[in-house]
Design a protein. Structure first.
Length: 618
C-alpha cells in the first residue's frame, strides 16, 4: 500500500538504519508495487511508499524533518500561500513551528504526517479527521517508531511484540480491534481527528477535530438544501479524479454506490465503469439491483461471482495484509471486486462508504427509536402499572403478544448505548461459557461497553440519532469499513477514494437535523428524497444489504472450505483462550441448524487462528 513509516530519536550506532528503513518501506509496498523513497540521518529515518513516481512530500529544514502523505486541502490562507511557495511538507512544518498542533484543524481530506522539531525534542504524528489514513506507533527507550500499517514494525529490532489479551476479547466483541488498541500491548493506532506529541520522552494524546451536531440548521429551505447537497456530491467525486488515471467504482446496487456511479458518469461525461460481486446463494446475491443501476445510468458494467474456492484462496492472505485479526467477512467480496476492476485496467476505485453513517441508513437507528418510545411513558405508569401487570401473568399463560411486550420492556430498560449490544454474541452466550477462566482473569470484560459509552456520551450531539451516528463514524467507518475496503484494494493493486467522506459533505451532514435523517422510522429520509428523481425507484425502495458473504452456508456445503475452517478452529483450542465445549457445540450442532448466524462465529475464530499461524505467534 502507499503510506509512510520510520522513526525519530533512535540514535543507535549499531543499527543498520538504511537497511531497516528500506525493509520497512518495502513491506508497505509489497502488494501494489508502489514506488519507495527513504531518508536517513543519525537519529531518524523516514520511508514513503507512493503510487506516484513523484518525490513525496518530505522536508528537512534547519535541523527539523517531516513527511506528509496524501494531498490535504489547506483552508488557512497563510499556510496555503506558503504551500505554493515552499511545498506542502515545508509549509505545514512551518505552521507547526508557529501554531503548534492547532494547524491541523485547517487540513481537510485524507492525510497522515510525521514531524520532528529536533531543537525542541518534539515529535508530532497525526491523521485526517475521518481516519481514512492511519498511523500506528510504538515507544522505546530510544524514541518513537511509526507506520501506516502494523507489519513494518516487525522489521525494526527495537520494537517488541506482546499480544494483548484484551484486544482478543475486543476482537470477538466487535469483530475488529477498535483503535487506539491493536493486537499488541505496546503498539497503538491514532484515532480519527487526533494526534500524538512525543516530547522529551513524554507522550501526549489529543483530539483536534470531532464531528459537531450542535449547529443544526434552524430554518428549513428544502430546495436550497437539496441543491447544496447535490452540488457537494458532484464536488466530492470531482475531487477524486486525477489526470491520466482510470477511475471506476464499486456498485452494489444500494443508494450510495448507485449515486456514486451515476454522478461519476455525469462529471466525466462518459459511461462510468462499474464493478459488482455476486453469490450463487439465495438471499445474498444483489447483482439484480446493481444491474438496475447500471442500466439506468448506462454504465460500462462488470460482475464476478465469488465461489467457496475463492474464499479458501484468499483467507491466508487476510492474515498477512491486515497485520492483526480482522473479522469483517465482507473483505472477501471487496477484494474480488477490486481485483476485477484491476484486471479491467482501473487505477482507482470509488466506494460509497459513509452514506449510512452520515445520513442515517442503518436499521439499528430505527430499532432504537422504537425502543426509546417506552421511555416517554411516565415512569410511574411504567413501574407501577404496565410492568407489574405483565410480569404477574403466570409464565405458562403468557401468550405471544405478552411475551413480546415483556421482551420489549426488558430491552427498552437498558440504557444507551449498552442497549445496542443486547444481541451481541458474547452477551447471548455468556463470557464464562465462551472463554477459559485464566483468559477472563486477564482482561476487563467491561471494556467494550466502556469504549462505546465514551464515544456516545462525549459526542457533540443532543439527539440519540446523532450520538449513534457519532458511534458509527468511529466504530463502523474508521475501525471497520475503511480498513476493510482500503486494505483489499491495496491487495488488489488499485487505489481507493471515498467521495461521500469529502469533508464539506461531512460538515453538511452534521448541520442536517436528525429528524431529516431518520423521519417517522424512514431511514435516510433526506438523502433519498433529494435523489428520488435521480436514482431508480427500485434502488430508493430497496432494503440495505451490502457485500455479505454466505460463509456459514458454504462451510456446511463445501468440503474444502469446511476443512480449512475445522482445522483452524480446532488448532485454536490449543491456545487456552476458548473453552473446547463452546467450540464443539457450535461445530457439532448449531452450525448446521443455523449456518448464517453461527457461521459468523466460526469465521471469527478461523481468522484469529489464521493470524496466529501466519505471524508465528505462540
Amino acid at each position: 500500500m502507499s503510506g509512510l513509516c520510520g522513526w525519530f530519536g533512535v540514535d543507535d550506532n549499531e543499527l543498520d538504519k538504511n537497511s531497516i528503513i528500506q525493509e520497512m518501506v518495502s513491506n508497505l509496498s509489497q502488494f501494489d508495487d508502489s514506488n519507495t523513497f527513504t531518508w536517513v540521518n543519525n537519529s531518524s529515518a523516514i520511508g514513503v511508499a507512493n503510487y506516484s513516481s513523484e518525490i513525496p512530500n518530505m522536508v528537512e529544514d534547519a535541523g527539523d524533518v517531516g513527511v506528509v502523505y496524501g494531498q490535504p486541502k489547506i483552508t488557512n490562507h497563510e499556510i496555503r500561500a506558503d504551500s505554493k511557495k515552499y511545498g506542502i511538507a515545508k509549509s505545514l512544518l512551518m505552521a507547526y513551528r508557529r501554531h503548534g498542533a492547532d494547524f491541523l484543524k485547517y487540513l481537510n481530506g485524507p492525510f497522515s504526517l510525521a514531524f520532528a522539531l529536533n531543537d525542541k525534542n518534539l515529535v508530532l504524528l497525526a491523521i485526517d479527521k475521518i481516519g481514512i489514513e492511519s498511523i500506528y506507533y510504538t515507544l522505546s527507550r530510544k524514541g518513537i517508531t511509526f507506520s501506516s500499517t502494523i507489519s513494518p514494525f516487525n522489521c525494526h529490532p527495537h520494537v517488541t511484540r506482546e499480544i494483548n489479551s484484551q484486544s482478543i476479547f475486543d476482537y470477538m466483541y466487535f469483530h475488529v480491534i477498535p483503535s487506539p488498541n491493536t493486537i499488541y500491548k505496546n503498539i497503538e493506532r491514532i484515532e480519527p481527528g487526533s494526534y500524538v506529541e512525543y516530547e522529551s520522552g513524554i507522550l501526549k494524546k489529543s483530539v483536534y477535530w470531532q464531528i459537531d451536531y450542535t449547529n443544526e440548521r434552524g430554518q428549513i429551505n428544502s430546495l436550497e438544501w437539496k441543491n447544496e447537497f447535490l452540488n457537494l456530491l458532484h464536488t466530492g467525486i470531482k475531487n477524486e479524479l486525477e489526470n491520466g488515471m482510470s477511475v471506476g467504482c464499486f456498485l452494489s446496487g444500494g443508494t450510495d454506490s448507485s449515486t456514486v456511479a451515476g454522478i461519476l458518469g455525469d462529471v466525466t461525461n462518459e459511461p462510468a465503469r462499474t464493478y459488482s460481486i455476486g453469490f450463487d446463494e439465495k438471499g445474498y446475491d444483489e447483482t439484480g439491483y446493481a444491474k438496475i443501476a447500471a442500466q439506468h445510468f448506462q454504465t460500462n458494467h462488470h460482475e464476478y461471482y465469488v465461489t467457496p474456492r475463492d474464499v479458501v484462496d484468499l483467507i491466508p492472505k487476510l492474515a498477512h495484509v491486515y497485520g492483526q485479526p480482522f473479522g469483517n467477512s465482507s473483505a472477501i467480496p471487496s477484494y474480488y471486486c477490486a481485483k476485477l476492476a484491476k484486471q479491467d485496467g482501473i487505477d482507482k476505485l470509488l466506494g460509497g462508504d459513509g452514506g449510512d453513517e452520515l445520513f442515517g441508513g442503518n436499521e439499528r437507528y430505527v430499532k432504537e427509536i422504537i425502543f426509546s418510545q417506552y421511555e416517554k411513558v411516565p415512569r410511574k405508569i411504567r413501574k407501577h402499572i404496565i410492568e407489574p401487570v405483565l410480569k404477574n401473568i403466570p409464565r405458562g399463560e403468557r401468550l405471544f403478544p405478552i411475551r413480546k411486550m415483556l421482551r420489549y420492556i426488558e430491552q427498552s430498560s437498558i440504557p444507551m448505548p449498552d442497549r445496542m449490544q443486547s444481541y451481541n454474541f458474547i452477551h447471548r452466550f455468556g463470557i464464562n461459557s465462551i472463554f477459559m477462566q485464566d483468559f477472563v482473569n486477564d482482561i476487563e470484560t467491561a471494556e467494550p461497553l466502556s469504549l462505546l459509552r465514551n464515544v456516545y456520551n462525549n459526542a457533540h450531539a443532543q439527539s440519540m440519532i446523532h450520538k449513534m451516528l457519532a458511534l458509527d463514524i468511529k466504530f463502523t467507518l474508521a475501525d471497520n469499513d475503511i480498513p476493510k475496503v482500503s486494505r483489499m484494494c491495496e491487495l488488489a493493486g488499485v487505489q481507493i477514494g471515498y467521495p461521500l467522506l469529502d469533508h464539506e459533505l461531512v460538515e453538511f451532514s452534521s448541520r442536517l437535523p436528525a429528524y431529516l435523517k431518520v423521519k417517522r422510522l424512514k431511514l435516510r429520509y433526506f438523502f433519498k428524497d433529494a435523489l428520488k428523481d435521480y436514482l431508480p425507484a427500485e434502488i430508493i425502495k430497496k432494503q440495505k444489504h451490502g457485500f455479505g458473504l454466505p460463509f456459514g452456508r458454504w462451510i456446511v456445503s463445501d468440503d474444502n472450505l469446511r476443512q480449512l475452517a475445522l482445522d483452524s478452529v480446532n488448532d485454536l483450542k490449543k491456545r487456552d483462550i476458548f473453552k473446547s465445549s463452546f467450540i464443539d457445540d457450535i461445530l457439532d450442532a448449531k452450525l448446521t441448524q443455523h449456518p448464517d448466524y453461527y457461521g459468523t462465529m466460526v469465521w471469527l475464530l478461523m481468522i484469529l487462528e489464521q493470524w496466529y499461524q501466519y505471524h508465528g505467534e505462540s
